[in-house]
Write a protein of this length. Sequence first.
Length: 162
Amino acid sequence: MTGRVTRFGWSAYGLAATVVALDQAVKYWILAVLQLQQGDSRALAGPLRLTLVANTGVSFGFLRADRDLARWGLVAFSLIVAAMIVYWARRSHRTLQALGYGLIAGGAVGNAIDRARFGWVVDFIDVQRIGFFPWVFNVADSAITVGVIALLLDSLRREPAT
């Protein structure tokens, strides 16, 4: 396969763009419409709450990045990862592979936008009341997590004999 983008690659690109748009739209709703402030929390349904957390860390708040150098380093790293995934996605030839690439690239760009705009990532999905997941996360984080799972599942497939 040459430099052409496969139909699965185009699907990955479309999914990545959808994830970025959805992620940023929900974050806009949280910040501008609901006007949640750092630490504000509102019940949504059952154990699900909306709790605004300004996450300066990496994944689920790990590895703090409070300095400008770390902030812009994480923006650059996220965009480099997204660019590499977009490059790999162009040659996708399986559904799970394209799904994984699209979700991860979209999530990485969504969080990079936050970090560039605010200096932190807007986290708001809070399921702490379930008892086993103490972190607050967002749509982009969810997309990255599901994308990694999709790529792991795809890696378990059996290649046909040639």
